[in-house]
Design a protein around this ligand. Structure first.
Ligand code: GH3
Ligand code: MG
Ligand code: MG
Ligand code: MG
Length: 299
């Protein structure tokens, strides 16, 4: 367990904060808030807590209101909340869990038990985070994986259907990568995939832009609200960015350095292309880029 995990204690009784802080401060970094408003304000700061111990009865915004606000905000939704309260009725406890708390401790509390439960929930959260990461990111390049790409493309296409906006998709494939592996070995090949992923990541700058490892030596880029002209511009930048890595590829027939071919497809507003159709269009363009001699962009 990371000894620097941050715990936010929210309680209107100074004494409770004091006791809990004394018990936890050797193992955790403690943040404290004396009421709901202060807690909400603390949660707008850049450093978020890893877990929140939340009192229910407080002047102003009560604990139920605080958790409601936390759960409705994407930034704070996943922070585990443990209620710690004098309300010991079954209905209150049940409501606490319904609202998304991971645990419910009644006062008077036993600090040792609070500490033990807190540790359990932090460990669980760490494992969940790890699972989320493994399920959505590629282990080699550390960029989003195919599963993540499929979900984002579906979501972005949904947006274009709702608000009539544009969307472009780039499919990119390393040229003669089999020859690269044959010549330099798989370890070098893997290192090369990492560098290409990084180079592609550096090309995108807008908040909604998204790059993923689509398959073995294939990458994909989703560019929301980008027309064909804009997408071709980004594709050229991606192509140049990979060339500028200057990774020698002596057996490539295209260039003395590693290169990529790119297929571009744009979903026009009003058109009902689904993810599969759009991907097929980009794939056809990519196939054409390969046929045209590689190290190029085709739309
Ligand atoms: P083209 O220019 O037509 O795309 O030729 P290519 O050789 O790149 O295409 P092909 O599909 O024949 O080969 C892809 C190669 O990518 C073969 C495979 O060994 C390699 N590859 C796929 N995933 C990985 C990986 O994770 N690591 C390494 N080192 N190589 C990989
Ligand atoms: Mg209270
Ligand atoms: Mg390929
Ligand atoms: Mg290839």
């Amino acid at each position: 367990m990371d000894e620097f995990n941050r715990i936010l204690i929210v309680d209107d009784e100074r004494q409770n904060i004091k006791i809990l802080t004394e018990f936890l401060r050797d193992d955790y970094k403690i943040m404290a808030a004396k009421d709901g408003e202060t807690a909400i304000t603390a949660l707008t700061k850049s450093t978020l807590p890893d877990l929140i111990l939340l009192d229910i009865m407080m002047p102003g915004i009560n604990g139920y209101e605080v958790i409601k606000q936390l759960k409705s905000n994407e930034r704070t939704r996943e922070i585990p909340v443990i209620f710690i309260t004098a309300l010991d009725a079954t209905d209150d406890e049940s409501l606490g869990f319904e609202m998304g708390a991971v645990d419910y401790i009644t006062k008077p509390f036993k600090p040792v038990i609070v500490k033990a439960r807190l540790k359990t929930h932090l460990q669980l959260k760490q494992k969940t985070d790890l699972l989320d990461r493994l399920a959505s990111f590629d282990g080699l390049t550390q960029i989003p994986n195919r599963r993540n790409f499929d979900m984002v493309l579906e979501k972005e296409i949904g947006k274009t259907l709702r608000n009539g906006s544009l969307l472009s998709l780039l499919l990119m494939d390393i040229d003669h990568f089999k020859k690269f592996n044959d010549n330099y070995g798989h370890i070098e090949g893997d290192a090369c995939l990492k560098k290409v992923a990084l180079a592609l990541k550096e090309v995108i700058s807008r908040p909604g832009d998204f790059v993923a490892r689509y398959g073995g030596e294939e990458f994909a880029m989703i560019l929301p609200e980008t027309d064909l002209k804009g997408a071709i511009h980004i594709a050229r930048q991606a192509q140049q960015s990979v060339q500028r890595l200057c990774i020698p590829h002596a057996t490539s027939k295209v260039s003395k350095y590693l290169s990529i071919s790119i297929g571009v497809a744009t979903k026009l507003s009003g058109k009902k292309d689904n993810p599969i159709e759009l991907t097929q269009k980009a794939d056809t363009a990519l196939y054409q880029a390969k046929a045209n001699g590689r190290n190029c962009v085709v739309s």
